[in-house]
Design a protein around this ligand. Structure first.
Ligand code: IPM
Ligand code: MG
Length: 368
């Protein structure tokens, strides 16, 4: 159903728990259409392993073009053991990487917020994580994920060599650092930039160029440089020292999983992947939970839909110009947590365990 002038959202449920958590997002979009006279039009398409099973490839051109044309893409998860043995270029994850690269979604925003209701779900002491509010800004279209040359090649004596290339240019570093500085200005005004400048030339360049940009355009933002391994350690030792963490593609991948766990569960963390403004002022964007496809619990109605629901809320805010609705959705999530409803991943003593669908329904009931 495609209404003219409506906001076009493409839903890509994907694999594992993806379809279950995206189903809850669809219910919320339907609720907004019905009760707030909004005009979301949404379509659902296959991606990842689900697409491989039907189309033999992780994303078809048709789906790719639909994602180019939509106002926001919401993705569940890609991948699972069923497709693990496929050749690298045919794996489900390639679809996600293709979308990131070809939609030029260079900025990945991964907030790690510890909800007060859930301090006990973290494996860390409550005083370490309560009130935690970090924003990880991860570069998403460069670095070792995409660098050339890459591959596995035969060498002498029946040996093989695996090769990947890590590289960044000045402009790639500046455009992602700019996102981090701009976000920091609206928060606690502090950026910690991570690299391994003690061992990698690309890390030396990263550090120098982030500093250059700060000195030129962001004199009033506090900037710290930190080696990425130290940052991993500091996140566990004293996570509240951080405001915005800026990292490349690979370090950002790892640090964001670690930060996620500080908050109690990967099941709570949304993410936004944003591109540059095009000539019409439109920003391409993809929203997805930070968690993966969780094949062990897939199909059991156990998954936590909150990360995906909060990803919708980020989409409302960053792509659809619906701040009020985003606030409303965030508040609904808070209310449900206040009432003690918990999916299995965040259950604790005295709380009520609910299914994926129950959690979605409860959040919708609080939207009113
Ligand atoms: C993530 C995931 C992906 C990544 C995988 C699924 C390709 O771990 O979004 O963090 O490594 O970027
Ligand atoms: Mg990851």
């Amino acid at each position: 159903m495609n209404k003219k002038n409506s906001r076009k959202i493409l839903l890509l449920p994907g694999d594992g728990i993806g379809p279950e958590v995206v189903r809850e997002v669809k219910k919320i979009l339907e609720w907004f259409n019905k009760n707030k006279s909004l005009d979301f039009s949404f379509e659902e398409e296959l991606i990842g392993g689900a697409s491989i099973d039907v189309n033999k490839i992780p994303i078809t051109d048709e789906v790719f073009y639909k994602s180019l044309e939509s106002d926001a893409v919401i993705l569940g998860a890609c991948g699972g053991p069923k497709w693990d043995n496929l050749e690298f270029s045919k794996k489900p994850e390639r679809a996600l990487l293709k979308l990131r690269k070809e939609l030029k979604l260079f900025a990945n925003l991964r907030p790690a917020i510890c909800f007060s209701q859930l301090v006990d779900s973290s494996t860390l002491k409550p005083e370490i994580v309560s009130g935690l509010d970090i924003m990880i800004v991860r570069e998403l279209t460069g670095g070792i994920y995409f660098g050339e040359p890459r591959g596995i090649e035969p060498i002498e004596n029946n040996q093989r060599r695996g090769i990947n290339t890590h590289s960044y240019t000045t402009s790639e570093i500046h455009r992602i650092a700019k996102v981090a500085f701009d976000l920091a200005k609206k928060r606690k005004n502090k950026v910690t930039s991570c690299e391994k400048s003690n061992v990698m030339e690309a890390g030396v360049l990263w550090r120098e160029e982030v500093q250059v940009l700060k000195d030129k355009e962001y004199k009033n933002v506090e900037l710290h440089h930190m080696l990425a391994d130290n940052c991993a350690m500091q996140l566990l030792r004293n996570p509240k020292q951080f405001d915005v963490i800026l990292a490349d593609n690979l370090f950002g991948d790892m640090l964001s999983d670690e930060a996620a766990m500080l908050t109690g569960s990967l099941g709570l963390l949304p993410s936004a992947s944003l591109g540059a403004k095009d000539k019409n002022g439109k920003i391409r964007s993809l929203y997805e939970p930070v968690h993966g496809s969780a094949p062990d619990i897939a199909g059991k109605n156990l998954a936590n839909p909150i990360a995906t629901i909060l990803s919708l809320s980020m989409a409302l805010r960053y792509s659809l110009n619906l701040d009020k609705e985003a606030d409303q959705l965030d508040a609904a999530v808070q209310k449900v947590l206040d009432e003690g409803l918990r999916t299995k991943d965040i259950i604790s003593k005295g709380k009520k365990e609910v299914t994926t669908t129950d959690m979605g329904d409860a959040i919708i009931s609080k939207l009113k």
